[in-house]
Design a protein around this ligand. Sequence first.
Ligand code: UDP
Ligand code: MG
Length: 320
Amino acid sequence: MIVSILVPCYNEQEVLEETIYRLLAVAREIDLDYEIIFIDDGSTDATLSIIEHSCATNKKIKCISLSRNFGHQPAISAGINHASGDVAIIIDADLQDPPELIPDMIKMWQLENCNVVYAVRRRRDKESAFKKLTARWYYRILSNLSDVSIPKDTGDFRLIDRKVIDTFLKLPEKQKYIRGLIAWVGFIQKPIFYERKERFAGITKFSVNNMLRFARVGLVYFTKKPLRLATNLGLFCFIVSIGLVVYVLISKFYFPETTVRGWSSIIIAIIFFGGVQLLSIGLMGEYIASIFDEIKSRPEYIMDRKINFDHEKLGAKDQP
Ligand code: UDP
Ligand code: MG
């Protein structure tokens, strides 16, 4: 039995040596065969050379280096595509997800006969108030709108077994919201609780823009309800506007002496309907943008090279 540990890394030179050290300690402890796949997501610092160095000393450490920075989710996808294990564990490189939880996850998977063990953050004291607040509200809205139940307070730190991996690999969509998709595939999924640590060193690699994009993908790919909201809002406004027309006509014919005023109601109507139309168009735009992305069928990521794999030469089939 093989355990694949997948670690996306983007400019993690400050932590990577410690991460490798702690992951290896854990890998030895679990007493199962293992591979640790580092996905270098187009780092511009010494990340790749630190990984290469470890690959040279230990054949069980593998590396996938992407041709540029594609983002956290595509990097994880690349890892899942290359995992040869019976189970794969996705873990951040910055040690916020403690590697020491991995043995417990594996034990849980073996004993409780489940397919996914997802790590739920019990406390996130060490994160900024802004991040906690936005994350809390975002996941609350997402889980209310979505038909799939996406666990709250859960990142991508999780164990997935071969059944889930193989199903995941068959999913054709290019922009993957991994925590949503894994929840979507179903099977038996169990939580394990942990305390989210502070980043060991370095700074977060998620800019506000990245966070917004990630949040948008989650919402647009996992719920159609905003589209329905636009329709419902449109319907509501239509009914209100009929009422308004009736009101205007009644005022005009029955109270002609008081209908000279009306400037404010016109302005209010313009603003109101303008807003509603813009909102509806914006919402549709989000979905059209996603359809556009999917139709382009561009690969999710492009690999530059692979180290310590059986076939290291990149062929056409390597690009997803
Ligand atoms: N990461 C990545 N590509 C990116 C951004 C981040 O592979 O474009 C990796 C990063 O190296 C880390 C993980 O994804 O291992 C989570 O990133 P980070 O810790 O910066 O996010 P945060 O924990 O602050 O949400
Ligand atoms: Mg982090």
